[in-house]
Design a protein around this ligand. Structure first.
Ligand code: ZN
Length: 213
């Protein structure tokens, strides 16, 4: 694969990249657990919504129960994300307004490292900022530097419905913030100047019109 096609065209990563996940002290137990063997999934690619699709501006709903439908959605999100290829995907990008994120930040030579974040909430952000060149599967082939908090603390449920907390820095911190933005109907171009944003919007609106003709 061509590295240019990977969103998050980031420079060399600091050695501290990554985060440590651990189970939260107080289990929330809000989500019914379903054994992984409770269903057999056939993965399927789903269409990725492209700017200016209005659904990308929807605020996604929390997942109440991790049932077979949610598990299938997660499998399909991974399939779609790997195929694109991308390193992060929010459920709304495949048209499902649920608060689910899939991610895999493993480098090409590393084994796959699929991560799922359900109902993620940012608990803390650092004052220190970091700049990464971001991209988005819903805004293909457009990249721009975005400044965000360098570290974040996020609580979420894993795919078994287990409550967890993660302290992230580097690419993971940026990626989490980018994807959580999606759950709130926010796109990375919203963090750019109005001039830049309008230029991108115009380009993609024109392309959508042309495609519809
Ligand atoms: Zn995105």
């Amino acid at each position: 694969m061509n590295s240019k096609s990977i969103p998050w065209q980031a420079g060399p990563l600091p050695p501290t990249l990554g985060g440590t996940a651990r189970a939260a002290a107080t289990p929330l137990a809000r989500i019914d657990r379903v054994p992984a063997t409770a269903y057999i999934a056939t993965m399927a690619l789903r269409d990725i919504l492209i700017l200016p699709d209005k659904r990308l501006r929807q605020v996604s709903e929390p997942v109440k129960k991790i049932d077979a439908g949610i598990r299938k959605l997660i499998e399909d999100m991974f399939e779609t994300m790997y195929e694109a290829p991308g390193i992060g995907l929010a459920a709304i990008q495949v048209g499902t307004p649920k608060r689910i994120i899939t991610m895999d930040l493993a480098k090409k030579e590393e084994p796959e490292n699929p991560q799922v974040f359900i109902n993620p909430e940012i608990l803390w952000i650092s004052e220190e900022k970091a700049i990464y060149e971001e991209g988005c599967l819903s805004i293909p082939e457009y990249y721009s530097d975005v400044e965000r908090p360098a570290q974040v603390k996020v609580k979420y449920l894993d795919r078994e419905g287990e409550p967890r907390e993660i302290e992230a820095n580097g690419l993971l911190a940026t990626c989490l913030q980018h994807e959580i933005d999606h759950l709130n109907g926010v796109l990375f171009i919203d963090h750019l100047s109005k001039l830049k944003r309008n230029r991108v919007l115009k380009k993609f609106t024109k392309a959508a019109k042309r495609a519809a003709e």
